[in-house]
Design a protein around this ligand. Structure first.
Ligand code: PMV
Length: 353
């Protein structure tokens, strides 16, 4: 008996230009384009196995060993349905292919990091889901094409189908056919940039990105300014900085955009606070670190960015990482028990809850 099964994994990505706001909540079409770096280490990954079998009663999914309901018309159901439809098209074109598109699938996905703590677990999760179904169904490996489907699981997931520096073009069409991810530059273009993750708090976040975004779109005047007058220029400028390996510009825009995203969250009614006192103290540390560098005639040495949670991601050239870790351990002594930078705060207990 043939077993139809495939496994794929995808890493998280951390945005430098943040996606925040949907213009279509069903298709997940964003109100602005965004740009991220896909982390290429093994720390932050989702690994997903999919199996199709005619003896299964229905589609089922387990996340970290716990079964999740696949709601009719929900995001998981949409992604699975779209992938099955692509397989069906292939089967119709090539009659020699086994007809597995009609079989129910069982999917098991694991994250090797805290789920839903503002560490982009939905991004790696939906990217790995789509990648594993694509391998199971032997579909095209065109990442932009697959990103159209991953996007409908979680917007930011579309960027995790590429490594390196990735843009999600918002597109203009109402059917979403032009809202997909494209590569700005592969990882090898700028291997010197490293990311340091400071896990300030690994609990599930208070306001989900879905409900937060909706509230922001409905109530924030600042969001309207951001999407019309700020993001388009920043997308162009940061893409140029990446291509030129210009860390100073890259860092400046990354920090500005993180600040504006959190300002937009604060401008939401009622306001949303994703950062806490520890997050803000890390900002102060990086600002001071950069100030000293510039005062000594140098350029910016590090950039912080925060997603929808309190955890800091610090982008920096490799040569600065050791110094930054030492600074963080000095000013946040509770972090001194970390085994590696990923566990910087997590291993030492949660701060600033
Ligand atoms: O894809 P979602 O719904 O988890 O939204 C992610 C939003 C941010 O992480 C805050 C920004 C981004 O572009 O990743």
């Amino acid at each position: 008996m043939t077993v139809y099964q495939a496994t794929a994994s995808a890493p998280v990505n951390i945005a430098c230009i943040k996606y925040w706001g949907k213009r279509d909540t069903k298709l997940i079409l964003p109100t602005n384009s965004s740009l991220s770096v896909t982390l290429d280490q093994d720390h932050l990954r989702s690994t997903t196995t999919s199996r199709a079998d005619p003896s299964f009663q229905k589609d089922r999914l387990w996340l970290n060993g716990v079964e999740e309901e696949i709601k009719d018309g929900g995001r998981l159901a949409t992604c699975i349905k779209e992938m099955k439809a692509l397989r069906k098209q292939l089967e119709e074109k090539d009659s020699s292919l086994p007809k597995i598109s009609g079989f129910p699938v069982h999917i098991s996905s694991r994250n090797n990091f805290p789920t839903a703590a503002g560490l982009a677990s939905s991004a790696s999760g939906f990217a790995a889901l789509v990648a594993s179904l694509s391998a199971l169904y032997q579909l095209s490996t065109d990442a932009s094409q697959l990103s159209l489907i991953a996007r409908q699981g979680s917007g930011s997931a579309c960027r995790s189908l590429f490594g390196g520096f990735v843009a999600w073009q918002m597109g203009e069409r109402a059917d979403g056919a032009d809202s997909y991810a494209v590569e700005i530059a592969p990882r090898e273009h700028w291997p010197d940039i490293h990311a340091l993750i400071c896990v300030v708090n690994d609990e599930k976040k208070g306001t989900s990105s879905t409900s937060g975004m909706q509230r922001t779109v409905e109530t924030s005047p600042l969001l309207q300014h951001r999407i019309k007058h700020v993001v388009p220029e920043r997308m162009a400028a940061i893409s140029k900085a990446i291509l030129a390996r210009d860390f100073d510009t890259f860092a400046r825009i990354t920090m500005q955009d993180s600040n504006q995203f959190h300002a937009v969250a604060l401008d939401t009614d009622p306001p949303i606070f994703y950062m806490n006192d520890v997050s803000r103290a890390i900002i102060a540390l990086i600002v001071e670190y950069n100030r000293v560098a510039v005062a000594n005639g140098g350029k910016l040495k590090a950039a912080y960015t925060y997603d929808a949670g309190p955890n800091a991601v610090i982008y920096a050239p490799k040569e600065n990482i050791k110094e930054i870790v030492e600074l963080i351990v000095k000013y946040f002594p509770q972090a001194d028990k970390f085994k590696d930078p990923f566990e910087l705060f997590g291993a030492a207990g949660v701060q600033g809850k």
